[in-house]
Design a binder for this molecule. Structure first.
Ligand SMILES: N[C@@H]1[C@@H](O)[C@H](O)[C@@H](COP(=O)(O)O)O[C@@H]1O
Length: 261
């Protein structure tokens, strides 16, 4: 696992967008896994700027959703499908057909989950998966104690996550669904490159446990330690509880120039 400490969220977004641009130059039809939440927005802003300036061609990129609420009416502005369309797919000028995600309104949710895992595999697998992290260490919507081998499935949100996400629902926790579909941790680990961005002091404890703690289901993001190519990008505030911050800074500062993230 590589840990990169950047000055702020904007720098983190630019670094990751540069990595995505490099991927798209090597593989124009790369399948990019995207996360929702506030944290990845600087990545999308930087990538959209690169595309608009002509620095990178994303016209053949494909986009895959990480997770979804269950039971929101189709087209609900806070469904993750609507969110990814608004924040990533449309600004990149991509057709909706380039975008895949689990069906949160399916009658048979389990079948929809299994169908999504198959769809990801048939698409050749995710090339680069962007991840955020919950304050409790969740990735996607894999809450603490999720199986580290889990596949895409329905999950029940913790009260903390519903509180954290109420800001997207008029600060009314009653509007936040209890159930979600999320790529499982086993599914996420199949992506070729995992890139987790964490910013702000509220993520410092989760980051320290993810990076320096044991691999444990209580901290789902710690499963990144099992991945052969995982990059954790943190700003100074989110790095505040890392005991080995100096080591990570030293290693990154001395990284060969030709190696991207
Ligand atoms: N399912 C999403 C996660 O993918 C995201 O990482 C997390 C943190 O969001 P934020 O980046 O807004 O803190 O929120 C939700 O739970």
């Amino acid at each position: 696992m590589e840990v990169v400490i950047v000055p702020d969220a904007k720098a983190g977004g630019e670094l990751i967008a540069e990595g995505i641009a490099g991927l798209l130059r090597r593989k124009p039809d790369a399948l990019l896994g995207v996360a929702t939440g506030s944290t990845p927005l600087p990545i999308y802003d930087a990538l959209i700027s690169q595309v608009r300036s002509g620095a990178v061609d994303a016209s053949r990129a494909r986009i895959a959703q990480l997770d979804e609420y269950v039971g929101l009416p189709a087209g609900h502005p806070e469904s993750y499908r609507s969110t990814v369309l608004r924040q990533v797919v449309q600004p990149l000028g991509l057709p909706e057909s380039s975008f895949m995600g689990p069906d949160g309104s399916a009658e048979d949710v389990q079948a929809a989950c299994e169908a999504y895992d198959r769809q990801l595999a048939e698409a050749g697998g995710v090339d680069l998966q962007i991840l955020g992290i919950g304050t409790d260490g969740h990735i996607g919507f894999n809450e603490p104690y999720s199986s580290l081998a889990s596949r895409t499935r329905i999950k029940t949100l913790t009260e903390q996550t519903r509180i954290d996400n109420a800001r997207f629902f008029d600060n009314d926790i009653e509007q936040v669904p209890h159930h979600v579909i999320t790529q499982g941790i086993g599914t996420i680990l199949e992506a070729r490159h995992l890139v987790l961005l964490a910013t702000g002091e509220g993520k410092a404890e989760a980051v320290a446990q993810t990076v320096e703690g044991p691999v444990a289901a209580i901290v789902p993001a710690s499963a990144l330690q099992l991945h052969p190519h995982a990059t954790v990008v943190v700003d100074e505030a989110a790095a505040a509880k890392l005991k080995h911050a100096d080591y990570f800074r030293h290693t990154y500062a001395n990284k060969p120039a030709w190696q991207g993230i």
